[in-house]
Write a new protein. Structure first.
Length: 236
């Protein structure tokens, strides 16, 4: 038969078990309290961040609603969002379109085309005979004005030759004016960049993109700025 604890021993065992349970419960309470403190700190941080973001959104909305008519911002700050200006001119009574007698911009044919493509008939549409050696009865002209199939950059290499004289002196040739770097952009490409940027009011990045796509020449924003600076400096 199993040993039966005496009453004092049973009470001592229960007290020891109760003490262990109390230790476990106290450890759990401590852990729960620490988790609550950590969660509360995280919640306070998130609330502060949410409040800061809400204030930033409100400030951005207020800025978006500003314009030169309800704030001290200059009229130029509206950019493309500014309303269309109202004309101060009165109605002239003239009908829309090109005024009568004003010359138009019709595409004219040229007597010196860059390429001529002849289209010959193979057979007579009446009897079906071949027309290889038949005399020419007339020629019609139709011209198409277009861009080249591929616009490629023209790279010119200037080789500076050095020659040694019989006296022992080495003399080098002279590069053309303006050709001073090992690799540089030419004046026509620089003029195209300046025209797209300031003449057509493209942004600097879109001007670089257009030059790469249209001309096959990658140009960095810094290089474009240097082009325009060099052009304006030469014009002063």
């Amino acid at each position: 038969m199993p040993d039966v604890l005496s009453a004092p021993d049973a009470v001592a065992a229960l007290r020891a078990a109760n003490a262990r349970l109390r230790q476990v419960v106290e450890a759990k309470d401590t852990e729960i309290a620490a988790l609550r403190t950590s969660h509360q700190a995280q919640l306070d941080t998130l609330r502060a961040q949410a409040a800061a973001l809400a204030a930033e959104v409100a400030d951005l909305r207020a800025r978006l609603g500003q314009n030169p008519r309800n704030s001290s911002r200059p009229p130029s700050s509206e950019g493309l969002a500014k309303p269309a200006p109202k004309s101060l001119r009165g109605k002239s009574g003239r009908k829309p379109g090109r005024p009568k007698g004003q010359p138009g911009a019709t595409l004219e044919m040229t007597d010196h085309p860059d390429e001529v493509v002849s289209h010959e008939p193979d057979r007579c549409r009446g009897c079906g005979a071949g027309l290889f050696d038949a005399p020419v009865a007339g020629t019609g002209r139709r011209q198409v004005t277009d861009l080249p199939e591929q616009v490629r950059p023209l790279v010119t290499e200037h080789r500076i030759i050095s020659r040694r004289c019989s006296c022992g002196t080495v003399t080098a040739g002279t590069a053309p004016q303006g050709v001073s770097a090992p690799a540089q952009y030419g004046p026509r490409l620089s003029a195209a960049g300046a025209y797209l940027w300031h003449g057509q009011f493209l942004s600097r990045s879109r001007t670089c993109q257009a030059m790469a796509e249209l001309f096959g020449v990658p140009v960095s924003p810094g290089a474009l700025t240097a082009m325009v600076t060099r052009i304006t400096g030469n014009c002063i």
